[in-house]
Design a protein around this ligand. Sequence first.
Ligand SMILES: [Zn+2]
Length: 359
Amino acid sequence: MYLKGKFLYGEDYELKEGVLVVEDGEIKGFTNEHVEAENVGLAIPGIFNLHTHIADNCIKDVGINKSLDELVKPPNGLKHKYLGKLSREEIKEAIKEGIKELINFGSRVFCDFREGGVEGVKLLKECLSDDIKAVILGRPTYKGERVLNLSDGYGLSGANEYEDEELRELYKECKRKNKIFSIHAAEHKGALELSLKKYGMTEIERLINLKVVPDFIIHGTHLTEEDSYLIEKYEIPVVLCVRSNLYYNVGLPDLEKIKSIKALGTDNFMANHPSIFREMEFIYKFYHLEPKEIFRMATVNGAKILNLKRVGLIEEEYKPLFTLINPRVIRFSKNVLATIILRVEKGDLLNKSLNLLSK
Ligand SMILES: [Zn+2]
């Protein structure tokens, strides 16, 4: 397959124009031969949304001016009350709509914390589209539920909701089956205080103490110095969901304290639009990091965290996973990456499905 256009090439995202050869499911480099090629506009590495709760799409903005606990704390949070009343078909409709939104806003891979045990994972699987890859992290609704047979791993709500032994067992089960273990941690002050009160240590200290080293954690909004040290020492990646943190009014993470690999997620669909472009724009405007660093969080870092090999860059030997943009966006740009991060909107994305990852 030949793809013609502009490409953000290699680790340094050099803008190259030409005809890219894709063969046997991998990028082979550019060709100078005159061949018939498909026009892809501006191709950037596929965007990763590393943290969603997609079924919440059926209760958009139910949470205006409610606290995080009022909204999402299982089992009596508003979210659980509403979702409990909906039929299977209604939830599926909302999930399908959510998947369309992810695709239309450029995501090519998303990682969902799927609730509701085996049934919850099944629901999402029935809604998937070929245009996006889903990494599904489920959670058991009762002891011994075989969620891992269907899911890519566990995505747990928070350490405070589990006894020591449960955490150890769930982690061991994941590792035995070579699956992902992920958990929300240090999201808000209340979670930190509860952990200190109940266990005499922070959520992260407790996990490490139990020899539970998550493959990645979500949030890290309220990290202590010790947490920050442990995250660096055990190289625990952190998925940031800063617009979600703002929505719930829980504070914002101090990125200087997080010295491990970072990626981006948009969290609950009821609270946030799942656009990673919006997330990147916000991060630049609030934290003023280098555009390259932010762009990595939205692409190759996600691939690394999910352990997807040879994914996340447009480079020889990498798998062809692209988000396609109308090249008009970067006309007159003096900093292409910054322009992509700050200005791309839905109307700029070309919804041409290449779906080359699964081929
Ligand atoms: Zn979450």
